[in-house]
Design a protein. Sequence first.
Length: 220
Amino acid sequence: MNAVIGEILPLALAAGLSPIPLIAAVLLLMSGRRASGAWFAVAWFGGTLAVVAVGVAAAGVLSAADSTTTRPIVAWAKIVFGLVLLALAVRKIRSARTGGGVLPGWMSGLETATPPRAAVLGLLLSGANPKNALLGLAAGLTIGTGSSEAGAVWALLAGYAIVATLGVGGLVVWTLLAPASSARTLAEVRRFLTRHNAVIMALLLIVFGVVLVSDGIRAL
């Protein structure tokens, strides 16, 4: 189990440190609608958990079909996921050169977003976003092939989702506990992440793309 934790923890950190959901959480919280920020964090957690569960289920299907080929298939899946992340990193680097500091247009209305809309956004960013989906699926495959006990699997699932939610969840909790002191810092965080989001994301994608490719190669 310790080996599995060591493999999925970096992936969870990569998902949790992704700048776009952090910026979205900041914008929601800066609007004064703390309920929207809370629903966004809850939906992010649920979506992340669902993606990892899909990866675990896929590992189970592979094991049931042919246990002798499960590990090679998972290894190749990690290599492919890692290469896709590296390709996305190259795309991010190019966007940083041409349009750094520019937020996606869909973020312009977040400061007036209602809790239902914030929840839908949390689900989309955690489950439908390719980068986070690849990280979650890779973690799920690792959990599914590295642990056979149901209790351990659920603990690892929950642990991944919790770590991946520490960023957005921490912002929400901090704003609820200290709304006055957090306002200025949220604005500074927004400026920093807006200016450097492409570079930060590219670095994360490179690091964890290399990690996935290396793990896959070692498992072959």
